[in-house]
Design a protein around this ligand. Sequence first.
Ligand code: DGL
Length: 265
Amino acid sequence: MNYTLEANMPVAVFDSGLGGLSTLIELRRLMPCEDYIYYGDFANSPYGTKSADRVRELSFDCVGYLLARRVKAIVIACNTATSAAAKQLRECYPFIPIIGAEPAIRPAVLYKAGSNILVMATDMTLKEEKFKALCAELDKMANIIKLPCPDLVEFVERGETESRELYLYLKQHIESNIKVKIDSVVLGCTHYPFVAHAISQTVGKDVPIFDGNKGIAKECRRRLAVLGLERSGGVTGTLEITGSKTDEQKLMTAKKLMENKWQTK
Ligand code: DGL
């Protein structure tokens, strides 16, 4: 493929839906001068309930679209798609930086060794090899408790970040599955930072909540710097939000989510 990376190209960010906007927020905080294209695969969301093969296929479609838009880096703002496809995407497109997502268990272990760490993510993320390898490395240092959270993605896709139904779901789901005292929570899905406030109210306000977005943003900046592709100049870059099926309602929900002020660690 004839493809030349240039500093004035946009950075691409993709997810199954609106969750990757939580990653985009961190990217724009760290690199405000970059232009961004955000692509949500709204026609096929959610990914977490599909097979790994299907998510890989869909991820290749997303990347195909973004390469056609001539972007200089691709951020997979989705833990599920990273688990299913990051390796294969990097092998297929070695000429462009592809930055993936990973549940932020390391900072949670550093926060308190030997602690009970609750990892909330999609079922697929928790079952895939990538997560197993991470656990094999870290579970000597902490008790890693996995909690798949079906339905949580849909709450965010509907823009429901504080509804009564959301609180009931979290209370019921966490209380019926978790029997130990939790020391910290890791949000292993990019949708979940948007419901971090509700999670905090459910597990206890003193329990720190970690997500991987700051790590992803730093890694993206590092990769761009290595290639001399960072954009500077003090002018705020542009943002385009698009997807495989975009309607007025989705764009309004995206806008609402991007105004979210809740901060995780
Ligand atoms: N935002 C996603 C993740 O980080 C995808 C969730 C889904 O589509 O099921 O895993």
